[in-house]
Design a protein around this ligand. Sequence first.
Ligand code: BG6
Length: 478
Amino acid sequence: IPVDQFDLVIFGGTGDLARRKILPGLFRRFLSGQMPEGARVIGAARSDLDDAGFRDMIGQAIEEFGGEETADKDRLAAFLECIHYVAVDATGEGGWAQLKDLIRENVVRAFYFSVAPSLFGALAERLHGHGIADRNSRLVVEKPFGRDLETAKALNATLAEHFQEDQIYRIDHYLGKETVQNLMAVRFGNILFEPLWNNHYVDHIQITVAETVGVGGRGGYYDKSGAMRDMVQNHLMQLLCLIAMEAPNQFEADAVRDEKLKVIRALQPVDFHHIVRGQYDARGDEPSYREDVENPRSHTECFVALKCQIANMRWSGVPFYLRTGKKLKGRTSEIAVVFKDLGHSIFEGDEKRHRNILAIRLQPNEGIDLQVTIKEPGPGGMRLIDVPLDMTFADALGDDVDEATDAYERLIMDVIRGNQTLFMRGDEVEAAWAWTDPIIEGWQTRNDVPKHYDIGSTGPEDAMMLLHRDGRRWREIK
Ligand code: BG6
């Protein structure tokens, strides 16, 4: 179903995100017929380009990053017709009059700030000063949204000078992932799970986002952030909220976000004995983390594992174990709900611990896997084994699963539709920082040094101990 007619202005239109994600994503929506004919995408940046120069740049980017289905040259040419460019001076007056001339009345106007947060204020002010944005316009902003509570509050205040909360779309691309949305469908669309979703039946929950990539060319940014700011404060926190929140009364933006906010506010401060930070060592020709970021004394973590607790009726006493890291053994993102042991076994000689585990695989190979206990087939008597009831979405749903539908294209279409459900509200972001800040400050005060781990491993040894001490173990990273 095509969305309404729109003009989307991308500030930072020549940047990495625009070329790798936003424009290839929009092209896929164009191919699928969701982007209406006549919609306009306007790149705005400092470079002195014209429409033709920008179209060339974007055409090349789509060929490079767009994936197989974007190889259709004729359709690409038709898409590029929708693309325009204006050179603007974010902090001066150049280009704003031309931008105003390009923008149409009576279409959805959206402004994507794919630029450094220090420019948000100047851009917002000019958009309003030149009458380009109005009360119906939408504003899209990217992470990192601040680097602590104070800077996040300042950013929220800057945006609030010119835009209302219902106009602001703060992107966390994890919320645009298919299976992340499926998490809500599974929890709230089935009668099976909800009765068991609490401290009477759940032993603990594990959230893992393991990556095989390192910090790539982003060492400068990354070394000032670290895994806590780059992944935990946003992506893992959002996953935790979706798995732990109460059912909203309806699937509507504020109802969902109110419930997520309650989870973040109920998170207890983390005891520093319950956190492990890590940095990967060099392996053969592969540089270490410190070499990658060109900072031989760096104390920034590229791995974090922690145990946290949610102080509410549903989850009191249930540990949530979170871990994420770079250059690990495999790329595995999953949430596992590990249920408690049956109190008593009626099967004589069956001493093994059998546990139901519901694992929601976010990537790759999206799907759901429920570990159940059954009888071992054959005449050997009543011997029990644990097997997975595995539903890989691509197998079960075939063509209906569009794996290429990247989170960004889904989220941008939601902006045009005016649906904020999968975007973070200002108070959510602030609450997440309020929980994260003391952890990071604690490391600084104690001058904490990350533990070492091998490239291709599952992280530092101490991360294993975090669960072993509690008589539990991490699920395998495949
Ligand atoms: C980004 C982080 O937000 O998410 C990166 O800045 C990380 O460091 C990336 O690699 C992971 O996203 P995905 O979609 O590849 O799991």
